[in-house]
Design a protein around this ligand. Structure first.
Ligand SMILES: [Zn+2]
Length: 292
């Protein structure tokens, strides 16, 4: 989708600080295929990312200036060229050059056709907390599972000098993940153990020879990680959607961090249990992570 707009900057987002409601000014309203998209100056909504769409966009509601309530069905990241005002979403946005200084990230709120706000209105934006909490729980679980996977896979690297993760283990997760889907009750990560990974010294055949044993090792590591819970933070807590954010916590008493643009629980004590299952897929394996 391409849309010529008068927008001059990206959206300020507050989801990283855990915000669920904001008062905002409407900057753009447009209709597309029976749906209405609304852009505001700021929002508590966490939108689905364009380049790594692992976590679905927040849903919720928009309170109109006259008090009327409209459902926000979905929220997605789009790209704005501030030099031209051109707003790009979906496939049209993916072709944009990363690092172009004129590009800003914008949150699109998708509403059903019906009563809609007008540009300049001050509106309320409220996130569906039940859905957000469910996604946050699974997303934090996925981070811990990725670190536990790296730890389990460490003995299967035959060459030194791999990129380490935040705990110091070779970062198999980053090197091999091709797809990640975070859902409300479980998440799926797909890993490709291809030729380049074998060349880097990962003993793929030995690792996949007993995936149920690998899963048991990961689950034992996850139980240990949760035995001493610590706060979780995502920083900066407020800023441009396009800014880089860092997820931080403590595992086994040591600080850990990794880049992340999603939402998370505020404390690991909110998690009772994380379990994974590993299944073979073509040229690799899939890890299903369930967090309670
Ligand atoms: Zn993440």
């Amino acid at each position: 989708m391409e849309l010529q707009t008068g927008l001059t900057d990206g959206t300020i987002v507050t989801f990283a600080g855990g915000s669920l409601a904001e008062t905002a000014t409407v900057l753009l309203v447009a209709e597309r295929e029976g749906q209405v998209l609304v852009v505001t100056d700021r929002t508590p909504f966490h939108p689905q990312s364009l380049t790594w769409p692992d976590q679905p966009g927040d849903r919720g509601s928009l309170t109109l200036a006259n008090g009327g309530l409209v459902t926000v069905r979905d929220s997605r990241e789009a790209v704005l060229n501030v030099a031209t005002g051109l707003l790009l979403a979906g496939d049209a946005a993916l072709g944009q050059k990363r690092g172009d200084p004129d590009l800003r990230a914008v949150v699109l709120h998708w509403l059903d056709a019906g009563p809609v706000p007008t540009v300049g209105d001050v509106v309320g934006l409220t996130v569906d907390q039940t859905y957000r909490d469910a996604l946050s729980l699974q997303h934090t679980g996925v981070h811990l599972a990725a670190l536990a996977l790296n730890q389990c896979a460490a003995p299967f690297w035959t060459k030194e000098g791999q990129d380490p993760d935040t705990m110091g283990f070779p970062n198999l997760d980053q090197a091999a993940v091709t797809r990640s889907e975070i859902g409300g009750t479980a998440s799926l990560d797909v890993y490709r153990l291809g030729k380049s990974l074998r060349k880097k010294g990962f003993d793929r055949d030995a690792f996949v020879a007993d995936l149920s044993d690998r899963a048991a090792t990961i689950n034992a590591t996850l139980a240990t990680m949760l035995a001493s819970p610590a706060p979780v933070s995502l920083t900066p807590t407020e800023g441009q959607l396009g800014d880089r954010r860092l997820w931080s916590s403590q595992l086994n008493g040591k600080p850990v961090s990794m880049p992340c643009g999603g939402t998370h629980v505020a404390d690991l004590s909110q998690i009772a249990r994380i379990t994974v299952t590993l299944d073979p897929v073509e040229d690799g394996f899939a890890m299903r992570t369930t967090t309670h």
